[in-house]
Design a protein around this ligand. Structure first.
Ligand code: NAD
Length: 353
């Protein structure tokens, strides 16, 4: 039986992961394929328990697991630690790096019943259906960092190797081939050498995908275009930091970051997590939106276990619950039926039946 390692992490991670597990168990209840769930520590919870954001036991369990479901890490309690020890760098970035999870996939598709929840006008967001592919293990976040004196200074190095660019861009083209065959590579080639290199490699890879319409866009323009006319995008591929920022921006097209799921893949293994953080401001109150994590569970069934039908069942159940007017507080408008985190999980399970 395949093993799923569940890493709830910190803050609302502790509340949203049980809802995703509940939904995964429900959708596979009478299915020949079942999943075994194991649990581990990561982030601040791991620092408190064993003094390290990514304990050796967690990394070993992650290496042995068939897939990983992660909540979120971080919080004010650990913010004063040196950066490499913090939940984000020492936990989340470390597990992504250790498992070689180089591709982060974030689908952003507008659901008709959520059009009102977006802060943008209906005509701008109603047809949004795009995927952002973010490079996850290279670039600025993983380059050498340091401080200087006289003058006081700090630096972060942005380095990409040919192979790192090739494999993510390749995945971008493959993803586009399964969709509307449009790929937009986002860079800052007017200023950064690393971006000029990114563009060079992208053009080389493009030769193998003549059917895909490739465009290049500077990241500042991409930020503008995403709020101006988002439906022009099919697949976006970009480096780590640009992707970090653009995916949060893209998530707001859908009204709440609490709706955006993600898959981080390395070819054979996947880590699935919501796009948002640990939301310390609402943690422990049973008001967090669990749908991004539940939808990340659907991505797990799709990418790690080839269970497309069951993945779609979860996606349809989520749509049904929203169609019936149920919302968590982050999405609610006057007149909506507001549910707590657990109750939203229960509603999705009920809709599956
Ligand atoms: P955040 O995503 O945690 O929260 C941003 C805002 O969105 C908050 O107002 C929060 O209440 C809201 N929000 C987020 N998820 C929600 C959900 N499921 N339902 C309803 N509302 C939700 O980002 P932040 O406040 O910048 O960061 C908080 C902590 O999380 C920090 O320690 C940060 O480093 C960490 N973080 C972790 C991850 C991760 O684990 N992948 C990602 C981003 C930030």
């Amino acid at each position: 039986m395949p093993n799923v390692l569940v890493l709830p992490g910190d803050g609302i991670g502790l509340e949203i992961t049980p809802e995703a597990v509940k939904v995964l168990e429900a959708v596979l209840k009478d299915h020949p394929q079942s999943l075994k769930f194991e649990y581990g520590l990561i982030g601040g919870a791991a620092i408190d328990e064993v003094g390290k954001a990514l304990p050796d036991a967690t990394l070993e369990a992650a290496q042995a697991a068939d897939a990983i479901l992660l909540g979120s890490v971080g919080g004010p309690k650990w913010d004063t630690l040196p950066a490499p020890q913090r939940p984000e760098l020492g936990g989340l970035l470390a597990i992504r790096k250790a498992l070689g999870l180089f591709a982060n996939i974030r689908p952003v598709k507008m659901l008709p019943m959520l059009v009102d929840a977006s802060t943008l006008k209906t005509e701008v967001v109603k047809n949004v259906d795009l995927v952002v592919l973010r490079e996850l293990t290279g670039g600025l976040y993983f380059g050498e960092k340091g401080r200087g004196t006289n003058p006081r200074s700090a630096f972060d190095n942005l380095i990409y190797t040919e192979e790192e660019i090739q494999r993510i861009v390749e995945l971008g083209f493959q993803t586009a081939m399964k969709r509307r065959k449009k790929l937009c590579s986002v860079d800052k080639a007017n200023v950064l050498e690393s971006s000029r290199f990114w563009r060079e490699i992208t053009l080389e890879v493009a030769k193998n995908y003549p059917e895909v319409e490739l465009t290049h866009m500077y990241v500042d323009n991409a930020a503008m275009q995403l709020v101006r006319w988002p439906e022009q995008f099919d697949v976006i591929v970009t480096e780590n930091m640009f992707g970090d920022i653009l995916t949060d921006l893209a998530s707001m097209l859908m009204g709440s970051i609490g709706m955006i799921s993600s898959a981080s893949l390395n070819g054979s293994k996947g880590l699935y997590e919501p796009a948002h953080g640990s939301a310390p401001d609402i943690a422990g109150k049973n008001i967090a939106n669990p749908l991004a994590t539940i939808l990340s569970g659907a991505l797990m069934l799709r990418y790690s276990f080839g269970l497309e039908e069951e993945a779609q069942k979860i996606e349809r159940a989520v749509e049904q619950v929203l169609q019936e007017g149920y919302r968590t507080a982050d999405l609610a408008k006057p007149g909506d039926k507001v549910l707590g985190t657990r109750e939203m999980g229960d509603a999705v399970v009920k809709a599956l039946k």
